[in-house]
Design a protein around this ligand. Structure first.
Ligand code: ATP
Ligand code: MG
Length: 238
């Protein structure tokens, strides 16, 4: 790992401590005279890109979030059949991309847990950890909102967090609305228009593989990390 990362990365936290949520969750909600709004941006982050960062930043502005946790998935439930980069690399890139923003926190919580990651379990753990004056907002892309009703324990999930659905301008929300209405589950969804939505990790990986530039599509430090570690089929160089 880069020496510049070592001060803040929790890669060396012993497994026992890593299972204790408190080692990397921010202290929040101690002031009970007010409501705290915690955003959770889950994803594979392989790699994190400006679409994720812009969506989170706009959610902060529109909803008034106090903090956003960026939680790379350890073993994503819906990507079991695909090759996913090493969790430590995905975490380190997430850390690099978020470290200059005090409102953004990279969290190892899902990575340090064993087994498949389900959103509902993560949200339940956060709900159990924080006091009632902390509200949870799960930020996700509109593509995911369309089939949210089929996620594990959708009904329980609906009670744990408000969903923030990032959509592209002009995106047709009808399908998502219909699915949710037909499910009969009382989801609280806020839709957020994010112009940068066309960027995806697959697009970045494909560009790197073809030797094309990903500058300005993600944080400068992430670009450097990808090249240095030779991720996504690049030749390792410094
Ligand atoms: P991949 O191309 O590998 O599927 P991805 O770009 O969709 O990657 P993920 O890590 O799978 O990234 O996504 C994490 C979360 O961010 C998901 O909820 C996804 O819908 C959302 N998301 C992805 N790209 C954007 C974007 N450009 N703008 C807003 N949200 C996004
Ligand atoms: Mg995706």
């Amino acid at each position: 790992m880069d020496s510049s990362l070592q001060a803040t990365s929790s890669t060396n936290v012993p497994v026992e401590r890593a299972r204790d949520l408190s080692h990397d969750l921010p202290d929040l909600g101690y002031d009970r005279s007010r409501t705290w709004r915690l955003g959770i941006m889950g994803g594979t982050f392989d790699p994190i890109h400006n679409g994720h960062l812009v969506a989170a930043e706009q959610a902060v502005g529109e909803i008034g979030l106090d903090l956003v946790l960026f939680m790379p998935a350890g073993s994503p439930a819906f990507k079991q059949d695909k090759l996913v980069s090493d969790p430590d690399d995905r975490y380190d890139m997430t850390l690099l991309a978020t470290s200059d923003n005090p409102t953004f926190i990279a969290s190892r919580f899902e990575i340090d847990r064993e087994g498949v990651t389900y959103t509902v379990d993560t949200l339940q753990a956060l709900r159990d950890y924080y006091s009632d004056n902390v509200e949870l907002y799960f930020i996700t892309g509109a593509d995911a909102i369309i089939d949210i009703v089929s996620w594990r324990d959708a009904e329980r999930l609906a009670h744990l967090a408000t969903l923030v659905g990032a959509t592209r301008p002009g995106y047709d929300l009808e399908a998502a609305r219909k699915n949710i209405a037909a499910s009969g589950i009382d989801f609280d969804v806020r839709y957020l228009e994010v112009p940068a939505l066309a960027i995806s990790s697959s697009y970045l990986r494909d560009r790197v593989r073809r030797g094309k530039s990903i500058k300005y599509l993600t944080d400068e430090a992430v670009v450097g990390y990808i090249h240095k570690k030779g991720l996504y089929g690049t030749e390792a160089h410094t």
